[in-house]
Design a protein around this ligand. Structure first.
Ligand SMILES: [Mn+2]
Length: 437
């Protein structure tokens, strides 16, 4: 990989007449990649333009100017067939699967080419930056945030070790509730991953839990999770499990906490990753980017957006806990109408599908209104179960709509006048599927 990074640096250095155009992905790993890469170029005195996109499609690639040096971060490994038709020189720093032949105009830096330790894109960008200059070692914290964003923390090899060391991160075993660096009562109240029934979204439940776990206030405030003694950590874990008998496994609750200094403050990498992801999803990817780069006004804007996002999320979860649902043997339909924003209904459906509220194999379908349509999100709990994309297809195609997604997470838009019909047909399909099983 480092050889290819060297080639990429040479190529950028040699193509001085080509304006540089960077395109990155809008999730945490993509934003962290963009932040690392653009800071590195800036320190290298290179000018560039940057776009952040949700996904790459043929049209987008077609419209990129032909005289640019195109650099893709955290995407494009699956779009090679469109890049083949471009005259541009192209550099890709990505870790997604390469599904087509690599065209001659493309220089690909992707750890999957060499069967090496799998790395997130932010880590690849970090090694690019570090190859340019040791000064860029301060960007290692961003690489670590990308690693958490893409959930690579359980597969740490030599290269991630190097990043952890460069970032001076502290790893502590503990409950995976974040932020572990802020008072425990707030962290528990807003905990959506894991979602703890009767605690998430309920301050009364939080106080009860902390009393049961025998964790008192200290000078008028609760400690942060990372400050707990081993005994307190064990007590808290036990109390959470006892609150949900037989439903939460302790192995899933315990893991490594990554603590790092980020813009001079001790932070939990999970929290930073969630904040970056939230701002992007709320439609502000450049606020996320500014946050990563330490821009003061964008940092406070990002924090505001994140607080609002978390409040929306917990009130949505609270609403769902109390709302009337349509329930069959292996499914639950929640029609949230105007009570949950369409922009977060998918996330909410994902959270409850991972929560202990539903047994493995349950299909969860959640509906929320946007201005003139209804957003539908379907999820399956656990790993085994029916293909929810197919289920939605069967209902939506006859009604005139298009379903996107995967077998375990799919979604679609339907018009409001089809609301009743959609739910009726959906129930029929779900009941029939059940008979077949
Ligand atoms: Mn990624």
């Amino acid at each position: 990989m480092l050889d290819r990074i060297k080639l990429a640096i040479e190529r950028i250095n040699n193509l001085t007449t080509f304006p540089i155009r960077i395109v990155s992905h809008f999730d945490t790993d993509g934003i962290a990649s963009a932040a690392i890469f653009s800071r590195a170029l800036q320190r290298w005195n290179k000018t560039f333009t940057l776009s952040i996109v949700k996904s790459l499609d043929e049209d987008f690639i077609k419209n990129l100017p032909e005289d640019n040096l195109l650099i893709f971060l955290d995407l494009a490994s699956g779009s090679l067939k469109y890049l083949k038709d471009k005259k541009n020189p192209v550099i890709i720093l990505d870790h997604h699967e390469i599904t087509q032949e690599i065209p001659e105009n493309v220089l690909m830096v992707n750890p999957s080419l060499e069967n090496q330790e799998s790395l997130c894109s932010a880590a690849i960008c970090y090694f690019f930056a570090k190859s340019l200059s040791e000064q860029n070692k301060d960007l290692s914290t961003l690489a670590l945030i990308g690693m958490i964003g893409d959930n690579h923390q359980d597969n740490i090899g030599k290269r991630y070790d190097e990043i952890i060391k460069d970032a001076d991160a502290v790893i502590k075993k503990g409950l995976l509730i974040y932020p572990s660096t802020r008072p425990l009562d707030k962290a528990l109240e807003y905990s959506s991953s894991p979602y703890i029934p009767n605690v998430t979204g309920s301050y009364k439940g939080v106080i009860e839990l902390l009393r049961e776990a025998n964790i008192p206030k200290n000078n008028g405030a609760y400690k942060a999770l990372y400050e707990l003694t081993n005994e307190e950590m064990t007590n808290l874990t036990t109390s959470i499990i006892l609150k949900n008998p037989g439903k939460i496994e302790s192995e899933k609750l315990i893991g490594n906490l990554y603590l790092l200094k980020f813009h001079n403050r001790l932070e939990d990498a999970r929290e930073l990753s969630a904040l970056i992801n939230a701002c992007s999803r709320m439609g502000y990817p450049f606020v996320s980017l500014g946050f990563c780069l330490g821009n003061k006004s964008l940092k406070s804007k990002a924090e505001k957006i994140y607080i609002e996002y978390r409040q929306h999320l917990v009130s949505a979860l609270k609403y769902i806990a109390e709302a009337e649902k349509i329930t069959g043997k292996n499914y639950t339909i929640i029609n949230a109408k105007n009570n949950i924003r369409d922009t977060i209904i998918g996330t909410v459906a994902s959270i409850i599908s991972r929560s202990p509220l539903y047994s493995e194999g349950t299909i969860i379908v959640a509906l929320a209104y946007n201005e003139d349509k209804i957003k539908v999100s379907a999820r399956i709990t656990g790993k085994d179960g029916r293909n929810v994309r197919e289920v939605l297809d069967k209902v939506v195609v006859p009604l005139g709509g298009e379903v996107g997604g995967h077998p375990n997470a799919a979604g679609c838009l339907i018009s409001k006048d089809k609301e009743v019909q959609f739910i009726q047909e959906l129930q029929k399909v779900l009941d029939i599927e059940l008979v077949k099983v």
